[in-house]
Each structure stands twice: as C-alpha cells, then as structure tokens.
Design a protein around this ligand. Structure first.
Ligand code: CP
Length: 312
C-alpha cells in the first residue's frame, strides 16, 4: 500500500489504514537507527526544506536527521536570518524555495492552517510540523508508535491525555489518531483549559485527575504552555501542579504497567515530577527515538516511491 497523498497535514483526515502503514514502515526503519553506519541511499537526489516560524528542538532536528540518514539534501530556514525578517510573505517564501527545487517542505507555524495554505501554494509535498493550536501529526504518530511498541497494540487501551488540552496541537493529533486506531481516549485538565466543542470530540472528558487516571494504560502529560498563559487560565502554577501534576502517588491509580509519556519540552516540577519523568514507567526518550523513525517513514512514503522500504 502507498500513501495516496502529497501532504501530511493532520491525523483528523487520515484513515486507520494510512496510520497503520506509517507505523509499520517506521517500525522497519528503526533497525537502521541501530546500525553503526546510519546511512541508506533511498532519498538520494531529493531536497527537503524545514521552514520553521516557531522554535523547535525535537521536531526540526529529527526531520533533518531522518532526511540525512536517507541521503536527502536538507535546507533549514527560520525566521531569524531569512528574508522573512525583511517582510517577505509566507507565500513568496514558499514559491522562492520551491523555485530552487525543494521536493518537500516541513513547516511549523504559529498560525493554525498555515501548512494547509502552503499545500495549496506549492506543488511540492508539505508536512505539518505543528500549526498553532491545530495539529502536530508527526508527534501523534510517534506517540502511537511508542504505545504500540510497548503494549503490542493500540486497540482497546485506555489513554489519558492530561494538561492544557485547549492550546495543545499534540492533544488534537493524539486524540484523532488514537481514536481511529481503537483506543479509549480520556482528556483531563482545568475546565478553563478544555477546548470549546469538547463534547464533539471522540474522547471522555474529566476535570478531576484522580478520577481520570483510574485504570489507564497510558498517561500522556502535556506541557503547560507558559508562553500562552497571560489570561489567567488557573490561579497559580503551584495550584496547577497540586491538582494536575502527575506524581508517583497519583500514578498508583493507573494500571501497574502504565506508560508515562511527554512530548517535551518538559516543565519538571509543574506538570510532571522529576521522579516520574525519570522513573521506571517513563518512555520519554523512546518517544524521541521513535520520532526519527516516524519521520524517516513519512519521507519515504511521500518521496521514495515504491522501492524496498529498507535497503542497505
Ligand atoms: N514535541 C515537540 O514538538 O518538541 P519541539 O518543539 O522541540 O519540536
């Protein structure tokens, strides 16, 4: 099976079959990451542009690493140091870079829908690397790969996403992807940080973390987005931590083999205690490794055509 699309913009519009194909392909690519020489020629001659209007460590570096492992050429454009600073529009920036021969754009933007706009402007492929408060599909995919790898399945699992749901593109991609793959998705946070229209989402909603965490297989802890907290969504950081922080005591209510996940970057001591972040149930660094495999899979499926998935 091939992906019959030129862009990856979100998991809401993706089928379970497409998600399964990406996860299976990523699983086969993980082997390359453990080789002494991490280099395959699959994407030789392809040019990939990372175009980031917001900061990133994990997403940007893992896309660039994935492209380099697959022998593609990468160009990295960020707001500082580019002609965006001189007022060049998003559209003109895209057309300029496409005219240089870019085959695929990986785009992070503070505006929800920016990658969708880009996908209409350029003939090249576009991957959404996080758009505003909308989606972060590759994070959703790497989270699902981590769950499947550790639990052997996604279907039937109870997965809790806790924290600032309203501002979280990670929460949106996870809840769409996980529900399509048959998981029971619970979301929990202060009522002020739950999105409008939450009743229309395929989730069970909680405001009490002790109730929400009861019997879950996975807890995915979201970052409190301090940069968006200028409107007093909760009384204080201390209060947030008391009611919504994931601690060792709270975790005892989950299944005994619970997985603890966090997309990063973490606010240790706020949404997650350091002992949980570094504890026996945490798979946070596994998520990062799986991020490289998922992004390799996507680059292959969008650019590589129908050749062998893993060739030496
Ligand atoms: N999880 C995530 O998107 O991290 P970065 O902002 O570092 O890319």
């Amino acid at each position: 099976m091939q992906l019959k699309r030129k862009d990856i913009l979100g998991l809401q519009d993706m089928t379970a079959e497409e998600i399964g194909l990406i996860l299976d392909t990523a699983e086969s690519y993980k082997e390359i990451l453990s080789r002494p020489v991490k280099k395959v020629p699959i994407l030789r001659g392809k040019s990939i542009c990372t175009l980031f209007y917001e900061n990133s460590t994990r997403t940007r570096c893992s896309f660039e690493l994935a492209a380099k492992i697959m022998s593609a050429d990468t160009t990295s454009v960020s707001v500082s140091g580019s002609s965006i600073q001189k007022g060049e529009s998003f559209k003109d920036t895209l057309l300029t870079l496409e005219a240089m021969g870019m085959d695929l754009f990986v785009i992070r933007h503070s505006a929800s829908g920016a990658p969708h706009f880009a996908a209409r402007v350029v003939k090249s492929g576009v991957v959404n690397a996080g758009d505003g408060m909308h989606e972060h599909p590759t994070q959703g995919l790497l989270d699902m790969l981590t769950i499947r790898e550790n639990k052997g399945r996604i279907e039937g699992l109870k997965v809790l996403i806790v924290g600032d749901i309203m501002h979280s593109r990670v929460a949106r991609s996870n809840l769409w992807g996980l529900s399509k793959m048959g998981a029971e998705v619970r979301i929990c946070g202060p009522a002020t940080l739950l999105p409008v229209g939450v009743d229309k989402l395929p989730v069970k909603t909680y405001t009490d973390l002790d109730e929400a965490i009861d019997g879950v297989d996975v807890v995915n802890v979201l970052r409190i987005q301090l940069e968006r907290m200028d409107r007093g969504f909760f009384p204080s950081i201390r209060e947030y931590s008391k009611f919504y922080g994931v601690s060792k005591t709270r975790l005892k209510r989950a299944k005994p083999d619970v997985l603890v996940m966090h997309p990063g970057p973490m606010n240790r001591g706020i949404e997650i205690t350091p002992e949980v972040a570094d504890g026996e149930f945490a798979v946070i660094t596994d998520q990062v490794t799986n991020g490289v495999a998922v992004r390799m899979a996507l680059l292959y499926l969008l650019l590589g055509g129908g050749g062998s998935v893993v060739s030496a």
